[in-house]
Ligand binder design. Structure first.
Ligand SMILES: Cc1cc2nc3c(=O)[nH]c(=O)nc-3n(C[C@H](O)[C@H](O)[C@H](O)COP(=O)(O)O)c2cc1C
Length: 400
């Protein structure tokens, strides 16, 4: 429930992208937000208030003369309980009105009369977006402290291709969730590894482990929501890239090591969540190893992989290093021992069999002061807690 307890006013203006706001409304309500929809008259040409009322679960307002509100002032009352107003889609016309403080209908009056933050999600033809007047107006919105999300680029409903598409509902949703998160890692460059590695034996087989990548991806999302610039290096997993995170896919431990070392100089915080294989096959066969009747299984020799976390921690000026330890028992002993061996200030220990592939996790923090167990929680909530814990420890952080 990313948005539990949040009250949002969702304003729709006249554009084809109104259809995306139906899906956005579902996502917001499913995340625990109450959504009060207000529409311009033009918006009602693209999607009906009936649909938006059914999806939001609340009556939709379209007119400032609507007498359903006791004092007949929907332009004041509708926003007073709101934590934010989101205009999606925001038409060229509405943006121009906003930039100039015009209020000749319910939605524009409501926005001018607001006492909460405003997020605007433009949606328009590429020429309308590039028009100097629109660019001037959008710059004015930003200067006025209004958050502008997007636009996206790509094919448009009119058949043209370019900037101006409304962001997809999932991206708007992520941006709204991120908007409400405290920016405890603002300005920090965070590098995260996640998932398993895959060490080939032959062209079709290899050795891997049961890490799903969920914890590392949740941390990447939480760090990005906390204002960090996040780069995620992922082993073979089938997870969507968190919004606002740059991602690089690798297979083997050596590739992960190389990718980490290529970006580590631009990193303030390194979080090694990936379950990296300790060994790889000494010889990778060019051809599939075949079984033959009466023949013994082929022998497998192993060579040690580079230790990514220890190598980063041993750099002359390392970033703040956070390690993860997936143990199968005796976490208290193994976690602190691993923290010392890797020489990192913070190590997060968990029990592999109790977390791999699951949506929740239970961890123990090991640092120079001692150990702190955290209660079992879903991985996204836990990731937010861990981001807070990391932000408190990073030297020079405002939250230290
Ligand atoms: C089929 C159709 C599609 C339109 N799509 C858009 C659009 O995507 N973005 C936009 O800014 N205006 C679009 N317009 C124009 C707006 O609907 C028009 O400027 C309207 O006055 C906006 O009113 P509002 O800002 O009060 O909602 C479209 C118009 C039509 C007829």
């Amino acid at each position: 429930m990313d948005l539990a307890g949040k009250h949002l006013v969702l304003g729709l203006t006249g554009g084809i992208a109104c259809y995306k706001s139906a899906e956005l409304t579902r996502m917001l309500t499913q995340a625990g937000a109450t959504v009060q929809v207000a529409m311009t008259e033009a918006a009602t040409q693209f999607i009906t208030p009936v649909t938006m009322q059914a999806l939001s679960g609340h009556p939709v307002y379209t007119s400032q003369w609507d007498a359903r509100i006791d004092n007949n002032m929907p332009h004041i009352d509708l926003s007073r309980r709101a934590d934010a107003i989101v205009i999606a889609p925001a038409s060229t016309d509405f943006i121009a009105k906003l930039a100039n403080g015009l209020c000749d209908d319910l939605l524009s009056t409501l926005v001018v009369a607001r006492d909460c933050p405003l997020l605007v999600v433009p949606a328009m033809n590429r020429q309308m977006w590039q028009n100097p007047a629109t660019q001037r107006n959008v710059a004015q919105l930003r200067a006025d402290g209004i958050t502008v999300l997007g636009p996206d680029a790509g094919p448009q409903a009119c058949g043209e291709i370019g900037d101006g598409r409304m962001l997809e509902p999932a991206a708007v949703y992520e941006a709204i969730v991120a908007f409400f998160q405290p920016k405890k890692l603002a300005g920090q460059r965070v590098l995260i590894t996640a998932g398993p590695t895959f060490e080939p034996i032959d062209p079709v087989r290899g050795i891997t482990n049961r890490s799903s990548g969920k914890m590392g991806f949740a941390l990447a999302r939480a760090a990005a929501q906390a204002g960090a610039r996040v780069h995620l290096i992922a082993g073979p997993v089938s997870l969507a890239t968190p919004w606002g995170v740059s991602r690089e896919d690798v297979q083997t431990a050596q590739q992960m090591y190389d990718a980490v070392m290529a970006t580590i100089a631009d990193t303030d915080i390194f979080i090694a969540v990936a379950a990296v294989a300790d060994w790889r096959a000494t010889q990778v066969s060019d051809h599939k190893l075949k079984k033959a009747a009466g023949q013994p299984a082929p022998p497998l020799d192993f060579v040690e992989n580079p230790d990514i976390l220890a190598s980063v921690a041993a750099l002359p000026s390392p970033p703040y290093c956070v390690g993860f330890a997936a143990e199968s028992g005796e976490l208290g002993v193994n976690g602190e021992a691993k923290r010392r061996r890797k020489n990192v200030p913070l190590l997060i220990g968990n029990l592999g069999p109790k977390t791999f592939g699951k949506d929740d996790n239970e961890v123990v923090l090991f640092d120079t002061i001692g150990s702190t167990p955290l209660p079992r929680a879903d991985k996204q909530s836990l990731a937010r807690t861990l981001v807070d814990e990391i932000a408190q420890r990073v030297p020079g952080s405002l939250f230290a």
